[in-house]
Design a protein around this ligand. Structure first.
Ligand SMILES: CC(C)(COP(=O)(O)OP(=O)(O)OC[C@H]1O[C@@H](n2cnc3c(N)ncnc32)[C@H](O)[C@@H]1OP(=O)(O)O)[C@@H](O)C(=O)NCCC(=O)NCCS
Length: 281
């Protein structure tokens, strides 16, 4: 059983694997950027152009970031690469997370910039590695990497949490995800979000965020409750009861204020491409 199977969420994408396509694009973008921006030449060589594969580039990029917060002697590249090689779903999901980040976020110029510098993307991939280690019962190492990652990114995701694919974490600072939380495929989460326990429950005590839901900045969702498929939790809400599919909730305590609109421009890939083209004109 792989780490991601154990999440009960992810059995591979079922689609053609995106990794080769995303890797080709990252490599081409790195070559192009190196030609125009010598300042970044060494970084692009080290993290992309000298790497033989998407997995190796991801391991190098994450290791470099996390080592900055770990004790000096810790070298994480080898461990990360090994985990990525024996858990191919992580790369598959990382490629899908990156593709979504680039598609929906107007602040992300291209795949390469997202890969090398967006903390929500990187912290999510470090979590995926710690989840694999957790499932292999390497709990101490997983927890240490979780904490070094939290120091680096300000994003604290417990290794035992279960997270699907094509997940978009924007900004991310202050995000806390508890050990029995579930985040399904296609979920969008902003900074300052807590998926926590009420402190009055034990065992399975954290929220379940269903497919395609959106959790806005600063929302606190407590207890073993569900945010239904496609639902939206408004900024700074405190959610204590389950939210129905495609409903919007807001306030403290959160109450239903309506249905999610058909289109959310901030996370709509078509909107990004239209606005990007408009900026270029
Ligand atoms: C939930 C949200 C999407 C609703 O947007 P909207 O559809 O334009 O809704 P409106 O602004 O028309 O508000 C509808 C009602 O909900 C209330 N409401 C909206 N957001 C609220 C919030 N976060 N908390 C409490 N009440 C809220 C409004 O006061 C209004 O109440 P009224 O009908 O009594 O006047 C938006 O308010 C929100 O929270 N966005 C999050 C943005 C975010 O996290 N951005 C981070 C970017 S870095």
């Amino acid at each position: 059983m792989t780490a991601l199977d154990s999440a009960g969420l992810a059995q591979g994408t079922g689609d053609r694997c995106k990794v080769p396509e995303i890797w080709d694009a990252l490599f081409a973008q790195a070559k192009e950027l190196q030609a125009t921006t010598p300042l970044l030449g060494g970084t692009l060589d080290q993290l992309i152009l000298a790497q033989p594969s998407f997995e190796a580039a991801l391991a190098a990029t994450l290791a470099q970031a996390i080592e900055a917060s770990a004790p000096e002697a810790i070298q994480l590249f080898g461990e990360f690469k090994t985990v990525l090689e024996r858990t191919p779903e992580i790369s598959e999901f990382a490629a899908l997370d990156l593709e979504k980040l680039d598609a929906v976020n107007p602040a992300c110029p291209d795949l390469l910039t997202g890969f090398l510098s967006f903390r929500g993307f990187q912290a999510l991939q470090v979590y995926r590695i710690t989840n694999a280690l957790w499932v292999e019962r390497k709990h101490q190492l997983a927890a240490m990497i979780q904490n070094w990652s939290a120091i680096q990114y300000g994003i604290d995701i417990h290794p035992a949490a279960r997270i699907g694919k094509q997940v978009f974490i924007d900004h991310g600072m202050g995000l806390v995800v508890g050990s029995t939380a579930v985040i399904e495929d296609d979920v969008n989460i902003w900074h300052g979000v807590t998926l926590g326990s009420t402190l009055t429950q034990a065992g399975d005590r954290h929220p379940k965020i269903r497919k395609g839901a959106t959790v806005c900045a600063g929302a606190t969702i407590l207890g073993n409750i569900e945010v239904g498929p496609g639902a939206l939790v408004a900024a700074s809400s405190v959610v204590l009861k389950s939210v129905g599919a495609r409903k919007v909730v807001a306030g403290i305590p959160a109450k239903e204020i309506g249905d999610v609109p058909e289109r959310l421009d901030a996370i709509d890939a078509d909107f990004k491409s239209t606005s990007t083209q408009a900026q270029k004109r």
